[in-house]
Design a binder for this molecule. Structure first.
Ligand code: PEP
Ligand code: MG
Length: 583
């Protein structure tokens, strides 16, 4: 770290390439610690008065937002805040909170519980207009609670100008609110390259740096302006003139490089000696398709469907999901689209599903485990995926598989759902390919057995590395131990590819390692068939594949497998890439 006057240069993990700078918007954590105590009769009046003050403060904030948006944006958008202000007058909320306070519940608990009950009630209504009000009530409820507790509520939707977002961390649902154009770049104190905020930044094409270190929280909170260099993993807080000058130079160089890579757009991902692989893209929603088409990806290797469930108050129904899947299929035609079934849990919280808090969420009730235990949720999604399969080449992918029974149970549910659809007179692809993600060491070690039951594998290295090396993928303190080139990880990857080849099924990789330029020669040499990654890396990966012979890659992979440490393997890969003489 280098310090000059109040300029600070911080180093973090390069999470999403590109460089941008501008005014800072600091996004605080919504930290609501709810007091647990009840209140005595003598405290009721003071608690009611505090609640009133919180309502007034909230109304004042909303009025200000309403006026600002009316002036700067338009009356329609401002009307949202007018609707929010009406919520403050709703007796179902205000009267109920007051009644509970009179019954001895502390104000924060009363606000929290009443808002939650109201949101749940609204979310279940048939009427779409009323259902949508649930989001308003939830948002206003958070504001009231924040004001009551003296913790301001931050909402990315409030941003009205292009800014650099700095934050202690970004949850997937906050990241889902980011809009390119509005958010020039972001940087966070926490997080690693494979945390979901980083993954989403790459698919949105927003430059990002994560893992700056919790110790820099205050500096981030106080910065006025910042430059984020997501290629180098560097953040400059309160830049000087020379930093802005350097930003402009790097922007020019970055644009130049993109122009060169764009010239590869139409060329096949084929080595000079004829090994052809496929390069696909990872997405989280139909809105991510723009950059995917720009780089001419050969399909979608991972559609993270859980993002359709985040940042909202009720799950998308069959029809809504079907429309989203169909939109992606039509957008990618004639290429295949790999739709992954719901992978919630871990760091992807979906508040409206009311999942219990767990001590070890990454080892808990997530992904396929949740789906098999909640067959109605799973069936709705399977029905939507099957229906979409009538419109293109769908591949269904099951996440977090650890044993054969999970695959069999999922396939049985798929068959039942297909029979239901046939009964409803709806079309679907009877040959739909079903594959699994290999992202647990248990699945990797059992891959020869699992291969007998499925049509393809896709290696999820983000979780596979996390579970093999016992390193939380979002914890920056241990991020140096999150090693794709750890010899143990490489042996697992090699074993999975070999098991797939022996069984005659295709092996893909959709974890972030597939878009890691240093890893490409190694994965190519190990015989990977398909690489799927954030669209931003695809052309650079293609450049490497087109520059390296398959024979050399195979020899390199054999050499790497004989090595003892991640450091040695990384050095070998670096030497290989430097030797290619890329532009
Ligand atoms: C993975 O684990 O590698 C993966 C692609 O899934 P996710 O990042 O969504 O957990
Ligand atoms: Mg995973």
């Amino acid at each position: 770290m280098e310090k000059k006057s109040d300029t600070l240069i911080l180093k973090g993990t390069a999470a999403s390439p590109g460089i941008a700078g501008g005014r800072v918007y600091y996004l605080k954590r919504d930290e609501f610690h709810l007091p647990q105590h009840s209140i005595g009769a003598g405290e009721v009046e003071a608690e009611l008065a505090a609640f009133q003050r919180a309502l007034e403060k909230t109304d004042g904030q909303l009025e200000e937002l309403q006026e600002r948006v009316e002036e700067e944006v338009d009356a329609d958008k401002a009307a949202i805040f007018a609707a929010h202000r009406l919520v403050l007058l709703d007796p179902a909320l205000v009267g109920e909170v007051e009644a509970r306070i009179r019954n001895g519940v502390n104000g924060a608990q009363a606000i929290f519980a009443v808002v939650r009950e109201l949101v749940e009630m609204l979310a279940q209504l048939e009427d779409e207009y009323l259902r949508e009000r649930a989001a308003d009530v939830e948002d206003v409820g958070k504001r009231i609670l924040g004001n009551f507790l003296g913790v301001p509520h931050t909402n990315l939707g409030d941003i009205r100008e292009a800014v650099v977002v700095l934050a202690p961390d970004l949850t997937p649902s906050k990241t889902a609110q980011l809009e390119p154009g509005q958010v020039l770049a972001f940087a966070t104190a926490a997080g690693g390259r494979t945390s979901h905020a980083a993954i989403m930044a790459r698919s949105l094409g927003i430059p990002a740096v994560v893992g700056l270190g919790e110790g820099h929280g205050v500096n981030l909170a106080q910065a006025q302006e910042a430059i984020v260099d997501g290629t180098r993993g560097e953040v400059v807080l309160n830049p000087r003139e020379e930093d802005w000058e350097r930003l402009r130079e790097r922007e020019r160089a970055y644009r130049e490089r993109r122009r060169h890579l764009n010239s590869l757009r139409e060329l096949p991902a084929q080595t000079p000696d004829g090994r052809r692989v496929r390069l696909l893209a990872n997405i989280g929603s139909p809105a991510d398709l723009g950059p995917v088409r720009e780089v001419n990806a050969e399909g979608i290797g991972l559609f993270r469907t859980e993002f359709l469930y985040l940042d909202r108050d009720s799950s998308p129904g069959e029809e809504e999901q079907f429309r989203a899947y169909k939109e992606v299929l039509e957008g990618m035609a004639p290429h295949p689209v790999t739709i992954r079934s719901l992978d919630i849990g871990g760091d992807k919280e979906v508040p409206h599903l009311g999942l219990p808090r767990e001590l070890n969420p990454f080892l808990g009730w997530r992904a396929i485990r949740y789906c098999l235990d909640q067959p109605e949720v799973f069936r709705t999604q399977l029905a939507a995926i099957l229906r979409a399969s009538a419109y293109g080449k769908v591949r269904l992918m099951l996440p977090m598989i650890t044993n054969l029974e999970e695959i069999r149970r999922a396939k049985a549910l798929l068959r039942e759902t297909a029979a239901d659809l046939a009964g409803r007179g709806l079309a679907y692809d009877g040959q739909l390919k079903v594959g699994i993600m290999i992202e647990t060491p248990g699945a990797a070690l059992l891959s020869d057995v699992l291969a007998q039951e499925v049509d393809f594998f896709s290696i999820g290295t983000n979780d596979l590395i996390q579970y093999s090396l016992a390193v939380d993928r979002g914890n920056e303190r241990v991020s140096h131990l999150f090693q794709a080139f750890h010899p143990g990880v490489l042996r697992l990857v090699q074993q999975v590819i070999a098991a797939g080849q022996a069984a005659g099924i295709e092996v893909a990789m959709c974890g972030e390692m597939a878009g890691d330029l240093w890893a490409v020669p190694l994965l190519l040499g190990l015989g990977l068939d398909e690489f799927s990654m954030g669209a931003g890396s695809l052309l650079a990966v293609k450049e490497i594949i087109r520059s390296l012979s398959y024979g050399d890659a195979q020899r390199l992979a054999a050499q790497a497998l004989g090595m003892s440490t991640a450091g040695e393997i990384g050095a070998l890969m670096k030497e290989c890439i430097s030797g290619l003489g890329l532009k």
